[in-house]
Design a protein around this ligand. Structure first.
Ligand code: ADP
Length: 534
């Protein structure tokens, strides 16, 4: 891939032609050659009175070439290459010259009082043909230049400047041809037949087209190059039909056939360029959309993460505030109770560490080693969490029933993340029980070793989960608590699933909810395999 293709893989001037495009281009050229051979025997036939078709033909050529120029200017505005600008200028030049060519064509606009010199139309035709061929050759020769030669500056100014320059040159040439018709080369013998001198024009044009074809053929890289080869091939066929098979006689079958075939094929080229541009634009729009979606989902993930960080940090912070206030109260006592104050402060320090651990854990999410897993005993981890929330359960007058598997429950996990999961389930159970007044508030934590996995359940005698909410409680931001953020369960499930486990909820009979957590069991070094000590 060239540097330009790397930079603009979607542009006509850089995108590689597909096999289908190559086949279509070859088919168009083959069809034109076949059409030329069919017409050849009748090429000399005169079609008198067909001058009236000249304005329609000229208008069509003008439109097609102007549209092609516009498309190429648009391409230039992105690609900024000198070669594409040159080609656009060539099309504009050729398109603009068609108007005076038609206006001066003998016998067409006589009603308008136009009686130009016989040689004017032929001179314009010669300038148009040779000029366009030079522009295309210039494109072919300059297109592989290094990007540093790309045109910079205001696009509007460059394009307007070019258009004004071409319009100026075309007008000057036409005015000069009108004013100094006496010095124009004698290309025409009469209104219909060319003089011998004219034959230099098709010969020179054909030579330029062939040079352009050779240059494009050897440097063909883009879709645009491919279709320019078709354009030059068409122009060559047109010239053969008009000047050689038709003998240069105006309005003969060969003359008209050359023009009509030329127009048909340049229109086809324009259509292909337009459809290619649309296709490329659609592809570009699609890739922009998928990029935007990816960015949005990244943003959502970031938002979810920030919310969960706040959630996870709020828990120890709330506990720190409670303990610090309690410590102050112990110290403010008439007889300060240093022992109690000290324990409260110790709990503040412990919670501070926990908050820091959460921050570290989140930071770790973005580190390469965020997937760090260590062998650990799930029972010990549960015991640690239970110890930490002991106070909360006492405050909430909740009785804890612990039924852990005898012996260790080895898993390979991230200890900090797993602690977050278990303490989140516990905190939810305590919250759920806070509304219970008419029955005992019980949380039962159980752990078991099953076939190849460990199971931890946390059940409570709270209000349970409404059937309609069952699917939503694991969604981010779903919360039924006034201060809840609704991130805990989402975060917990994603951690557990990340560890190859599952987290789900079911009803507890007769009241409350049961959260089930499974993780693949592993063998801890120096520990017996789960179940082996039973
Ligand atoms: P939060 O605790 O901030 O609300 P969670 O994601 O931890 O966020 O929980 C989401 C919701 O799930 C809670 O608001 C609550 O409605 C429901 N929920 C969680 N655990 C329990 C439980 N043990 N009993 C009843 N409802 C629960």
């Amino acid at each position: 891939m060239t540097e330009a293709q790397d930079r603009h893989p979607f542009l006509l001037s850089t995108a590689r032609p597909s096999h289908r495009q190559r086949r279509l281009a070859a088919a168009v050229l083959a069809a034109l050659i076949a059409a030329m051979l069919v017409v050849a025997p009748f090429a000399h036939h005169r079609l008198s009175g067909t001058e009236i078709l000249i304005p329609a033909y000229a208008a069509a050529v003008f439109l097609v070439e102007l549209l092609t120029a516009t498309l190429l200017f648009a391409l230039f505005s992105v690609d900024r290459s000198r070669s594409v600008l040159l080609l656009a200028t060539g099309y504009l030049f050729s398109g603009l010259l068609v108007i005076p060519w038609a206006l001066t064509f003998p016998g067409v606009f006589t009603a308008l009082g136009l009686h130009p010199d016989l040689q004017v139309t032929a001179a314009i035709a010669a300038i148009r043909r040779l000029g366009f061929a030079v522009f295309v050759l210039g494109y072919a020769l300059s297109k592989d230049r290094k990007p540093r030669e790309r045109i910079r500056g205001s696009l509007g100014k460059v394009i307007m400047g070019r258009t004004a320059l071409v319009a100026g040159v075309v007008s000057a040439l036409v005015v000069a041809a009108f004013l100094r018709a006496d010095v124009l080369p004698p290309f025409m013998r009469d209104a219909r037949e060319v003089a011998p001198l004219w034959h230099y024009v098709p010969a020179a044009s054909a030579a330029l087209y062939l040079a352009g074809l050779a240059a494009l053929r050897t440097r063909m890289r883009s879709t645009l190059d491919l279709w320019l080869i078709v354009v030059l091939g068409t122009l060559l066929i047109e010239i053969i039909l008009i000047s050689y098979l038709g003998g240069g006689t105006r309005l003969s079958v060969g003359w008209w056939a050359g023009r009509v075939f030329g127009l048909a094929s340049t229109s086809l080229v324009l259509l292909v360029l337009l459809s290619e541009t649309t296709t490329l634009q659609v592809r570009l729009a699609r890739s922009v959309r998928s990029e935007r979606l990816a960015r949005e989902s990244r943003l959502t993930a970031m938002e979810a993460l920030s919310a969960s960080v706040a959630h996870e940090i709020n828990q120890p912070l709330a506990s720190m505030i409670t303990n610090a206030s309690a410590g102050l109260r112990w110290l403010d006592n008439d007889v300060p109770r240093f022992g109690e104050a000290r324990s409260a402060l110790e709990r503040v320090v412990r919670d501070g560490h926990r908050a820091r651990d959460v921050v570290d854990g989140v930071r770790n999410l973005f580190k390469k080693n965020n997937r760090e897993r260590v062998p650990l005993d799930m029972n010990r981890l549960i015991a640690r969490v239970l110890h930490r929330i002991e106070e909360e359960t006492q405050l909430g007058r909740v009785s804890l029933k612990v039924d852990l598997e005898v012996g260790p429950l080895p898993v390979t996990a991230n200890p900090m993340q797993m602690e977050q999961v278990v303490s989140n389930l516990m905190a939810n159970a305590v919250d759920a029980l806070s509304s219970v007044t008419e029955r005992s508030r019980i949380i039962r934590v159980m752990s078991r070793s099953l076939e190849g996995e460990i199971l931890v359940t946390v059940e409570d005698t709270g209000p349970g989960i409404a059937p309609g909410d069952r699917h939503r409680i694991f969604d981010p931001f779903f919360s039924t608590k006034p201060e809840g953020m609704g991130m805990g369960l989402m975060f917990s499930r994603s951690i557990v699933e990340d560890h190859g486990g599952r987290l789900w909820v079911s009803d507890n009979a007769p009241y409350g909810a049961v959260f089930h957590l499974t993780l693949p069991s592993s063998i801890l070094p120096g520990m017996p395999h789960p179940g082996s000590d039973r």
